[in-house]
Write a protein that binds this ligand. Structure first.
Ligand SMILES: [Fe+2]
Length: 175
């Protein structure tokens, strides 16, 4: 199990019973330091760290599918990820407000749409005809990749060009 997920689970005092066997398949998403089209760094270490954790959790969800883990475990990790995402979004929004980011509302709307979509996935997983976990992982991968590369990178670029100092602050026990 990736460190990020283990930390989330211990934060919530959940017992995590799935045996995460790492397979040799290619990782679903990579967070690289080198410049490439896979590079999801926005040039801010604290924010990159949060994104790295989120990507690790997506990879864990993908591993869970490969190792045929239970739907309940998948739903539990997805729920923890939603909590982590909410904290991350709040921190990002406070950060953007610190330098009066002009596209703040558009960005916040994107966060809200994500929370709405993933919360519904979580609810639907408990229903009779649940969505396929692979569909959810594919959504997460695409959403985070697009969001980081397009919207997150844009606020950091704006801040740097405007030459305004701001600090991305941790606001909860989920660090
Ligand atoms: Fe964001």
């Amino acid at each position: 199990m990736a460190v990020a997920t283990r930390k989330l689970v211990s934060d919530y005092n959940c017992f995590y019973s799935i045996n995460f066997k790492k397979h040799s398949h290619l990782k679903l998403m990579e967070f690289t330091d080198s410049f490439s089209n896979k590079n999801l760094s926005i040039g801010n270490n604290d924010i990159d760290d949060d994104h790295t954790k989120l990507i690790e959790i997506i990879n864990d969800l993908n591993d869970l599918i490969q190792t045929r883990g239970t739907r309940e475990d998948f739903a539990r990790i997805l729920s923890l990820m939603t909590d982590y995402s909410l904290t991350h979004f709040r921190q990002e929004e406070l950060y953007m407000q610190e330098f009066d980011y002009p596209k703040f509302n558009v960005h916040k709307k994107s966060h809200l749409e994500y929370i709405y979509k993933v919360s519904n996935y979580n609810l639907d997983l408990a229903k009779k005809n649940p969505p396929e976990p692979q569909e959810i992982v594919d959504f997460l991968r695409t959403w985070w990749q697009n969001h980081i590369l397009m919207l997150d990178a844009a606020y950091e670029k704006y801040r740097k060009q405007a030459n305004i100092e701001a600090t991305y602050r941790k606001i909860s026990r989920l660090k």
